[in-house]
Design a protein around this ligand. Structure first.
Ligand SMILES: CC(C)(COP(=O)(O)OP(=O)(O)OC[C@H]1O[C@@H](n2cnc3c(N)ncnc32)[C@H](O)[C@@H]1OP(=O)(O)O)[C@@H](O)C(=O)NCCC(=O)NCCS
Length: 334
């Protein structure tokens, strides 16, 4: 198929799932040496949600997926592809996407997981967009789902205050798409992998009594370094995606950034030149929910009336790997 025949792809429905249990900053101050004042002033976060012990990434992902399918008016058997982004999959294999498939009954789909940490949803968007654009499938379900409370070190105050659990999903289709996803820009830098990682449990450090004693099964992060790279890369990614889309900063109606830290979002806003009131922010309620961050925020923006037909939206994320990405889309739905 030649490039001229590629189909335009749109998001035609969104959904999200937030576990019930709330963990406040005051709750965390009972576990580690921290304060509400420190967490709010350094991150903007006030609370986060925690999944039940019996709830896995696929359970949350399936709940978000059902809502997205309903919003899109698509049945599970019409889904041709499921991409699930997560750094907290149910297990190393089978994929979380296969478990979601089973839970929602999307038996005509092929399913895969991707690991791109907090950038996972934008990476999934690009994979699914390409599959639809070239005619491989007509409808795709993309999901970001995380149970980060299971992989954070509750003795490490530098990380345990930052993360939460949730899932978000979107349905993509070529159906009725005059504009849709206009452009994306993705990037990675494996040279900086050690700055944000979960080292244990893989083939490098298989789980053993020793890796557990060394707490290698928990996330490790060099916060200050991550902060610096996150700002630079997210600004660059937005600029590249906007240039590819032929759009200007003034055309942007809403930016949905990865919700890792309010100060990161403010720094991006300052450098990118998009007014601060155009940034959608919900990190005070959920903390950093990694791959679920953007789809949950997008779903809240859509359902809360922040997104209107014809709006130009910029998604932007940064995460472990390092990975980063941005997407520029025109909202097609009423
Ligand atoms: C983690 C982060 C909030 C820390 O904020 P910061 O301003 O960089 O703070 P620092 O790490 O420099 O620490 C400052 C001080 O606060 C202390 N501190 C760290 N965590 C704390 C906590 N939860 N409560 C109280 N004090 C804390 C540190 O020990 C340090 O103390 P010191 O000055 O006596 O050494 C910030 O670096 C960040 O958000 N980084 C990016 C995280 C991220 O986005 N990760 C995911 C990427 S997708």
């Amino acid at each position: 198929m030649s490039a001229t025949e590629l189909r335009t792809v749109s998001i035609i429905g969104t959904g999200s799932y937030i576990p019930e249990k709330v963990v406040t900053n005051a709750d965390l101050a009972k576990i580690v040496d921290t304060t509400d004042e420190w967490i709010v002033s350094r991150t903007g976060m006030k609370e986060r949600h925690m999944a039940r012990p019996d709830e896995a990434a696929s359970d949350m992902g399936a709940a978000a997926a059902r809502k997205a399918l309903e919003a899109a008016g698509v049945t599970a058997d019409q889904v041709g592809m499921i991409v699930c982004a997560s750094i907290t999959p149910d297990m190393p294999f089978p994929s979380t996407a296969c478990y979601v498939q089973r839970l929602i009954g999307a038996h005509n789909a092929f399913c895969l997981d991707i690991t791109a940490a907090c950038s996972g949803f934008i990476y999934s968007l690009e994979l699914a967009r390409n599959a639809i654009a070239c005619g491989q499938v007509d409808t795709a379900l993309i999901i970001g789902t995380e149970k980060l409370t299971g992989v954070i070190d509750w003795q490490d105050r530098q990380t345990c205050v930052l993360f939460g659990d949730a899932a978000g999903a979107a349905v993509l289709s070529a159906r009725g798409a005059p504009h849709g996803i206009r452009a994306t820009s993705l990037g990675s830098d494996g040279r900086l992998a050690e700055l944000l990682m979960l080292p244990g449990g893989g083939s490098r450090h298989p789980t053993s009594a020793e890796t557990i004693a060394q707490r290698l099964h928990y996330m490790k992060m060099s916060g200050r370094e991550v902060f610096k790279h996150a700002v630079t890369r997210m600004v660059e990614a937005c600029q590249k995606a906007l240039a590819k889309a032929g759009a200007k900063v003034e055309d942007v109606d809403l930016v949905i950034p990865h919700q890792a830290n309010l100060r990161i979002i403010e720094a991006i806003g300052h450098r990118l030149g998009v007014a601060t009131d155009k940034y959608f922010i919900n990190l005070e309620k959920y903390g950093n929910i990694s791959a679920a961050s953007i789809p949950v925020a997008l779903d809240e923006a859509v359902r809360g009336g922040r997104v209107k037909k014809g709006d130009t939206i910029v998604l932007v994320a940064f995460g472990g790997g390092f990975t980063w990405g941005s997407a520029v889309l025109d909202w097609d739905k009423e």
